[in-house]
Design a protein around this ligand. Sequence first.
Ligand code: ADP
Length: 608
Amino acid sequence: MVASEQESQAPFVTRFLGVFVYSRRALELVWTTSRGLTIALAALTLVAGVLPAVIAYIGQLIVDGVVAAMAATNPDTSHVLWLIVLEALVVIAVAASQRGLSVSQSLLRALLGQRVNVMILEKALTLQLAHFEDSEFYDKLTQARREASSRPLSLVNRTFGLVQNAISLTSYAVLLYAFSPWAVVILIGAGLPSFFAEAKFSGDAFRLFRWRSPETRMQIYLETVIAREDSVKEVKLFGLGPRLLQRYRDIFKKLFVEDRRLTLRRDGWGFVLGLLSTSAFYGAYAWIVVTTINGGITLGAMTMYLVLFRQGQSAVAASLTAISGMYEDNLYLSNLYEYLEQEVPTPGGEAKHGPEPERGLEFENVSFAYPGSAAKALTDVSFQIRPGESLALVGENGSGKTTLIKLLTRLYEPTAGNILLDGLDLRNWDVEALRQRIGVIFQDFGRYQFSVGENIGAGDVRHIGDAARWATAAETGMAAPFIEDMPEGYDTQLGRWFKGGRELSGGQWQKIALSRAFMRSDADILVLDEPTAAMDAASEAAIFDHFQSQSDTKMTILISHRFSTVRAADRIIVIHDGKILEQGNHESLLAENGQYASLFRLQAKGYQ
Ligand code: ADP
């Protein structure tokens, strides 16, 4: 549901009610988080709404009591004193209900913050890679996380606040009715124009903010680039800072013009309509005073009515503030719910084994275009690797090598053609079972700010805490020697985010990542997408050999720009622009004297 589109076409009343669009959902959220606290909140809201009228009423009795006592020959002071005690008690009750409100709100805020965050993260676990690569969706995710703890409760509080003020106003109206129904009309009527205006402008602001979310996102991004550890090196050395800051300022200027317009209109109208209600109030004031002088009502009644009017005004003002805050909460909630309700197609397939394991991995006329992109990243790719074979993918940047791996690991589905493992289409495989079979390290592998052991263990969650396996994997991934040199060994905290964290060199991180891939001892497909670029050529070749020699059923797919490693592969595929250009082994490709041969000679020349 996109609230902004819905509202812009809706009639005025619906648009006005737009500030309540998410109130129901926020309430639901709060209710399911803690029923007890929600009931407490509602009950206290009711109490806090009614009591002010009660105080005003007692006030009338006190004044009338005093006047009567002064007129009497034998005054009864105790009656008035009891009324004062009663009023004091009611005031204490108001204070208590307000404390109670604040306690329930604090507790609910903590519970709700955690609940919403968990909901957001749970949803994130079900998302597909494509979602994270979709900028708008990613934006929703970050925004949803940003104010998860405060917004839903704030909307509920403001909604309740409105209700509380409405209750107060109603109770004032009931008391005022005794004076004159017209007084009720003035009290309510004078506030209404401001009320509608505020709701309308809040709605406008809501639409404005939603519509310009891309600019806001750019601003947030610029803040991150300027002020974060991972980009600070380049920002400093390339002198990017002032330029980025200028861009940041320009965006602000543009947005500010719109903001100013809206703010001026909103407050301009607010003032004019406010004048209206102030005049109405003073008109009513004069009327009440004249009626009292003419003996129409008692002095006590006059005091009460004036208090009612004054408090009625502040109730109207408080409602207006609540409404203007509600649009921001709505903004947040619309975003949250769009994120939570994003449909995620669940990848089907239940098979845990294929019928013909000897067929290995096959690509049959596979084509693929990224969602939202017209150009094909892969076109008509066909090849086969049998158990025990190794494949090297060669091609310039952007030729589609990583895309091929993403299809193989089912991070994306082919647009056309089939991929088969053990003679069974990937679509029929159970995703978990499939991923168990594959150990993969991408170019941009994770550098987790955890301990060395967990960084390696992450490769196989079933054994994430198994120190013996870490050591074996680290041995294979050639990380063991430098890990053992560290004073705390596998317990060393990595990265700089946390105290005592140790930063590794690029090559060392790669060895950690490789060891992670080797944690999956039962994986029989190893995919190395240039993870070894920062490693020396000898280590790269050694790792490659090692995996291949481990068993004669394992399959390796290697992406590398180093021909010293590539040449050892059983099969080499040269990709260009998403298409297979050449295919064969080192000797046959050299004999073919095409692209591979020329690239190979180019690199060989560099070493001569
Ligand atoms: P390689 O790994 O060979 O360097 P990739 O497979 O990463 O190349 O990219 C192949 C093509 O697909 C490139 O043109 C790239 O711009 C495009 N591409 C890569 N990732 C995405 C993505 N997430 N969304 C859209 N296009 C993408």
